[in-house]
Design a protein around this ligand. Sequence first.
Ligand code: ARG
Length: 282
Amino acid sequence: MTTTAPGATRRHYLMCEPRFYTVSYEINPWMDKTRYTDVDLAVRQWRTLRDTYLDLGHRVDTIEPVDGLPDMVYAANGATVVDGVVYSARFRYPERGPEGPAYQKWFADRGFVTHTAAQVNEGEGDLLVVGNMVLAGTGFRTDRAAHAEAQELFGRPVVSLELVDPHYYHLDTALAVLSSDPQDPQIAYYPPAFSAGSRSVLQQLFPDAVIATEQDAVALGLNAVSDGQNVVVAPAATDLAAALRERGYTPIPVETTELLKGGGGAKCCTLEIRPAGAPTGD
Ligand code: ARG
C-alpha cells in the first residue's frame, strides 16, 4: 500500500433537513412511489449525520426545506462550490428544477459569487473536486457540456467520466473522494459503474485507488464523505470500511437507509462549501 490518510481538515457543509421527505416520483431505479417512507426516521437519520459532522469539528449550515421539493435533502446536487465560486445546478428533471434557484439564492444572500449554469448539471452529485482537478460524471444527469462550463468557470482541469449503470446515475454514487490533497489525491470507486474508457482513465489517474465491491456499491457505500481522515459511510459497506481502515482512514458508520429510498446516502445530503483562497483541502 503506497498511500495513507493525510489527516483531517475542517470542512464547511450545507445540508437540508428532510422535513418534506417522501418518494412521490421516480427518477432513478432506487425510487418506488408505492413504498412507504417514514419522514420522522429520515429526519432522525439526517440529524445523526449532521451531529456526526459537528462532533468531528466541521461547520454545518442549513437551508430551509421547501414543501413539494422532497429531494431537496440531497444538498450535494444543489451547486458546486470551488474557491468560493458557486456554479449553480440545473436539473435534468422538472420535478427537481426549482431546487437550483433555491440553492443559488441561499449562496447569493450570503454574498457568494454565483454563476447561473447554462448547461444541465446536478452539482456535486456529478462534479467531484479531487486535488486540483474535478472529476465529472455524465451519462444520466449532467451534460458533458457542463463539464466544459465548469472547467472554464473554476479554471481547473475537468475529467469527464461516463456512467453506464442506472443505479449509479450520479458520480457520487460510484466514486468517493477520500483525500483531496493535491500531492496525493485518493479515491475509492466501483469499476462496473463506468464505461471501459472511463475505467481506464481512472486506472491511470489513480492506480492506488480503493476498489469497492458490489456489496459496498449496492449499499451506496461510495456515497461517503471524507475529511481526509474520517470517512462517514453506510454501515453495510463493510468491505469498503475494511479497505479504508487498512489505509489509515477511520470509517464512521452512519445509517441513512431511509434516505436510500430516494436513491441517496451521506454524500448526497452534504454540499461542501470550499472557500476562496483556501487550499483545496484534503
Ligand atoms: N432522488 C434524487 C434524484 O434522483 C436522489 C439524488 C441523490 N443525490 C446524489 N448526490 N447522488 O435526483
